[in-house]
Design a binder for this molecule. Sequence first.
Ligand SMILES: CC(C)(COP(=O)(O)OP(=O)(O)OC[C@H]1O[C@@H](n2cnc3c(N)ncnc32)[C@H](O)[C@@H]1OP(=O)(O)O)[C@@H](O)C(=O)NCCC(=O)NCCS
Length: 191
Amino acid sequence: MILQTPRLELRKLTADDYHDLAEILQDPETMYAYEGAFSDQEVQDWLDRQLERYHRDGIGLWAAVLRNTNIMVGQVGLTYQPVPFSDGHTENWVEIGYLLKRKYWHQGYATEAALGCQKYAFEILHCDCVCSIIRDTNISSQRVAQRGGMTVVHRFVKHYRGVIMPHLVYRITKEEYQAQNCSGQNPVKSL
Ligand SMILES: CC(C)(COP(=O)(O)OP(=O)(O)OC[C@H]1O[C@@H](n2cnc3c(N)ncnc32)[C@H](O)[C@@H]1OP(=O)(O)O)[C@@H](O)C(=O)NCCC(=O)NCCS
């Protein structure tokens, strides 16, 4: 297990999680920000990419399961993502990412798991900041970032599946995270 929150455990994905991942990645509504549902091969490639990330980076998207069960509500975790700047340089930032099965939306699970990932990033990995890179049209995802105390610090355009997608970079620094926890505003304190 990687971390626990009040209702969830985050653990590494395994080959056995293919069908749970497909429930997320092949749902057209869930995948609207990615321009549509994935094929079987794209699901397998996604899973393989996470396993490679665990090996190479020590982090990746993890399975978010209900505590003391193996019922997967979604995938939430930390990955290194390139953030390009207008002067031509690119920085690799640690990103919190989250995708939930649709039946588990609107219950606070994404925010709870994202806060757990903030705690892990700042207290275990000792990151200076973490971000969430979110398509400008993806309002529910932006609300998760905002509830986690993140603010927009940068914008850039991604080209994905032949589509031009403006993205916002939400970020929280270690100082902001510490201030949030000291003021008792962040439930991550009680994890
Ligand atoms: C992004 C995504 C994970 C957000 O899911 P979500 O359900 O909106 O977010 P949460 O799980 O944090 O739930 C928050 C909601 O639960 C409500 N809630 C209910 N019970 C709650 C509880 N016990 N604690 C906290 N919030 C609770 C909140 O009020 C909030 O309500 P709202 O949906 O009306 O704003 C989901 O929309 C998704 O999987 N989208 C597709 C994938 C995607 O786009 N990922 C992001 C790529 S950048």
